[in-house]
Ligand binder design. Structure first.
Ligand SMILES: C[S@@+](CC[C@H](N)C(=O)[O-])C[C@H]1O[C@@H](n2cnc3c(N)ncnc32)[C@H](O)[C@@H]1O
Length: 275
């Protein structure tokens, strides 16, 4: 079985079309499970970087808007422009200071203004244009502003023994790469890309949430496998029974595995000459 879609090239689909369609029931809940697993880590980092009163913020690929609303409600930022290719989940949960903009962040004419914070979580990894986009997003910062990028990193090693979980994860990453161009293998290069985009004070961290039965992250992966099932099956690395096995494994006490983690990398645009 080929891992390239018939008549296509690897990654010639798009997020939200070949997988993770927003019009499929339950997609907002899947994004929310990811948010439940990671929002506290994201917010702690954004606040440590200074996000607070007076800040104009841009959230790229804002999904259901959990980070955007927490920036407004907890950090007290002035405004958040939440951009997504599909804003139905943002429109469903409005908040004072939150503006939703339906746009494709990869479009050549995407120019939403200048911001103190530009944030993108679990978006660039799905976009084949990611390297170019880092430079483009850095251009959207005011002097002193920060660009914060978070994406998934798979921390299982080559010698990790096969389990239903590792088989499903391998098939998922391969299937998503072949269908929509998702690539998590380059996420560890984000600090370098931020530096090459001319940003200062570049640093990064990784958080790996514990895979406990019933946890938000376990439910997120189970849901993600169900919604990318076609892409996973087309790799030939797993069959439908294997996906069911992996979901049962995640929900059982036998589960002993490392979740994919979230790498967050950031950099600051220099202030320029004073006076
Ligand atoms: C995995 S979700 C992450 C949502 C949110 N950032 C979070 O972490 O909870 C990816 C989001 O990026 C959006 N997206 C994908 N490609 C995009 C593009 N080219 N321009 C704008 N948004 C995009 C999707 O519609 C989806 O809402």
């Amino acid at each position: 079985m080929t891992s390239v879609p018939p008549g296509g090239v690897p990654g010639d689909g798009r997020y939200g079309e070949a997988a993770f369609r927003p019009d499929r029931a339950g997609e907002a809940e899947r994004i929310d499970f990811g948010a439940l697993a990671y929002d506290a880590i994201t917010m702690a980092r954004l606040r440590a970087l200074g996000a607070g009163p007076g800040w104009r913020c841009l959230d790229i690929g804002a999904g259901t808007g959990t980070v955007a609303r927490r920036l407004l409600g907890e950090a007290g930022v002035a405004s958040v422009l939440a951009v997504d290719r599909d804003v139905r989940f943002l429109d469903a949960r409005p908040a004072p200071g939150l503006r939703a903009l339906q746009a494709d962040a990869t479009a050549p004419d995407f120019a939403p203004g200048l911001f103190r914070l530009v944030h993108a979580r679990f978006v660039l990894m799905h976009l084949p244009e990611r390297d170019r986009l880092v430079g483009r997003l850095a251009e959207l910062l005011v002097p002193g502003g920060v660009l914060v990028l978070s994406d998934a990193v798979d921390v299982t090693g080559e010698r990790t023994p096969d389990t239903p979980y590792t088989t499903a994860m391998r098939a998922m990453w391969r299937g998503l790469r072949d269908t929509i161009g998702t690539d998590v293998s380059t996420v560890t290069s984000y600090p370098r890309l931020l530096r090459e985009a001319g940003l200062d004070q570049v640093a990064a961290e990784i958080h790996v949430p514990p895979l406990e039965p019933g946890s938000a992250i376990s439910r997120f992966w189970a849901d993600t496998w169900r919604r990318s099932g076609q892409a996973m099956l087309s790799t030939g690395l797993i069959d439908a029974a294997g996906i069911d096995d992996a979901v049962r494994y995640l929900e059982s006490d036998a589960c002993a595995a490392l979740s994919a983690g979230m790498l967050t990398a950031w950099g600051r645009k220099h202030q320029g000459p004073v006076g």
